[in-house]
Design a binder for this molecule. Structure first.
Ligand SMILES: *Cc1c(COP(=O)(O)O)cnc(C)c1O
Length: 498
């Protein structure tokens, strides 16, 4: 096997070095041409009070237009994106999202709508929201769906608020929420923000939650269990039916973190597993590019008994007309300005319509197949902490490389030399040195093979030349960074020459 980073997926050729733009500054150089009076202190001061005017010009870089264009274009080429290569970041579902959805989201008849328009003037947009909520309810098996939350964590918080409102309406909001040790960090955070104490439950040796462990801590002080299915180990929580029975028997509710729906849509419905509340991550499962911090969308589906508590405004359909309803006295109220992130809903709607039920099912099946294909290729070379079959993501660890002193971080850095974005590392926390790989359904078999070949080459290199792996990355624009220096010694201001 070839021990050197492969060229096919890696970088070769022109990668430009680029300093800070302030280092490109030369006194008097200028990239714009504006009328002489524009921004000049004498003409400007007629409109702007002198107290608000600078006495000295701002210490901005003085650069020509070409320098600005090249600076930002070069920096942008340093950035990894799904358009430049595979992005196997576990838990994040960094799949390729068809460009057609971007074109649709930019249609002026949607993008020019003002959120203050009366319902009678935006019937099309309301119809789209109403139908999307119906589709999502159908896909996951819920009575109703709110589209308002702006992301997955916001959806969790909205769901937990509804759970609290439900229990309060029964006379007691209760005190505790059960969260398994495999949970995403946002789960305990959302529970805490809704006023609950979090009780952690240990998952069993197979990586899934054992109903007996839930039964042991379940009592009538527990408002809900927050479970992720499939969980963050990429394993299906096969005890979900029994767990739901145990929680329901004590009057508790079952919340499911739906961020992993990409493994299940069209195949199984959380609502049919007796789950009461679930958030969708439209920016993961339903075709909105993400990774830059937003915008996202985290709709929440609820079972019938939670419908009165859904946020307002609600999109409703009466006598063929779509309207926005505010009059729901038990509602938890507004959770977002206006109606949520409409452009993300639009992409999700287009994606669902393009794919159809059969297409969504095939996407889930391909996502699961791709993860298991990688698992089969890497098994025996990398340590697999849990033996059961994976769903859409697979978790390895650095355990079998302990003697070489090559760690998960080194493997991740060496992957950069092979031209691949690393998988999620050191999460979930229950796996020491975790490498969490989610290839998604959108990578073809050649790419999966190249990725597996890169990981296998790194494993061989770790056995025979560990220092080489630990010195990675060597083919990137910047080498191994000091992981803590930026936090410990931040440079927030460029030293000015005065
Ligand atoms: C991504 C993710 C979240 C949080 O979603 P955001 O949209 O980033 O707020 C919660 N749980 C799991 C399992 C996730 O993968």
């Amino acid at each position: 096997m070839e021990a050197n980073p492969s060229v096919s997926s890696g970088r070769s050729g022109l990668t430009h070095a680029e300093p800070l733009i302030i280092e490109r500054s030369a006194p008097g150089r200028c990239g714009h041409s504006l009328p002489a009076s524009f921004g000049h202190p004498e003409t400007a001061s007629a409109d702007i009070p002198s107290a608000c005017l600078r006495s000295q010009p701002a210490a901005l870089p003085e650069v020509d237009e070409m320098t600005v264009v090249r600076h930002f274009t070069r920096l942008s080429a340093w950035n990894h994106s799904i358009d430049s290569g595979m992005y196997p970041l576990g838990s994040c579902t960094m799949k390729y999202n068809p460009r057609i959805n971007e074109a649709l989201a930019r249609l002026p008849s949607f993008s020019d709508l003002h959120p203050y328009l009366p319902a009678s003037h935006c019937q099309g947009a309301l119809q789209l929201m109403w139908e999307l909520a119906q589709y999502l309810a159908e896909i996951a098996g819920f009575a109703e769906v709110t589209l308002a939350p702006a992301a997955g964590a916001h959806g969790e918080w909205t769901g937990m608020k509804m759970i609290r409102a439900y229990h309060r309406a029964q006379g007691n909001p209760r005190r505790r929420v059960l969260v398994p040790d495999t949970a995403h960090g946002t789960n305990p955070a959302s529970s805490k923000l809704c006023g609950y104490n979090v009780v952690e439950i240990k998952s069993g040796p197979e990586g899934i939650l054992q109903p007996e462990a839930v039964a042991q801590v379940m009592d009538d002080s527990v408002a809900a269990i927050m479970i992720t299915n499939p969980n963050t180990l990429g394993l299906f929580e096969s005890g979900i039916g029994d767990i739901a029975d145990i929680v329901h028997a004590q009057g508790g509710l079952v919340y499911c973190d739906g961020a992993n729906l990409n493994s299940m849509m069209g195949v199984a419905r959380p609502g049919d597993m007796d789950i009461d509340v679930l958030q969708f991550n439209l920016h993961k499962t339903f075709a909105t590019p993400h990774g830059g911090g937003g915008p996202g969308s985290g709709p929440v589906g609820v079972c019938a008994k939670l419908v009165p508590f859904l946020p307002i405004p609600r999109v409703a359909k009466k006598e063929g007309q779509y309207l926005l309803e505010e009059d729901h006295p038990q509602s938890i109220g507004r959770v977002k300005s206006f109606y949520g992130n409409f452009a993300v809903m639009l992409r999700a709607y287009a994606y669902i319509r393009e794919m159809g039920g059969g297409g969504l099912k095939q996407a889930s099946q391909m996502a699961v197949l791709a993860a298991n294909y990688l698992r089969a290729k890497l098994e025996g070379h990398y340590h697999l902490p849990y033996p059961s079959r994976s769903l859409h993501e697979v978790i390895f660890s650095d355990q079998n490389l302990a003697e070489t002193k090559v760690s998960t971080l080194d493997i991740a850095k060496r992957l950069l030399d092979h031209g691949f974005h690393p998988p999620t590392i050191y999460f979930p926390l229950v796996v020491h040195g975790a490498l969490m790989i989610e290839p998604t359904e959108t990578e073809n078999i050649e790419t999966l093979d190249e990725f597996a070949a890169a990981l296998l080459a790194i494993e061989q290199e770790a056995q025979h030349n560990p220092d080489q792996v630990r010195a990675a990355p060597q083919r990137t624009v910047v080498g191994r960074l000091d992981e803590v220096k930026a936090a410990r010694e931040p440079v927030l201001r460029w030293p000015t020459k005065d």
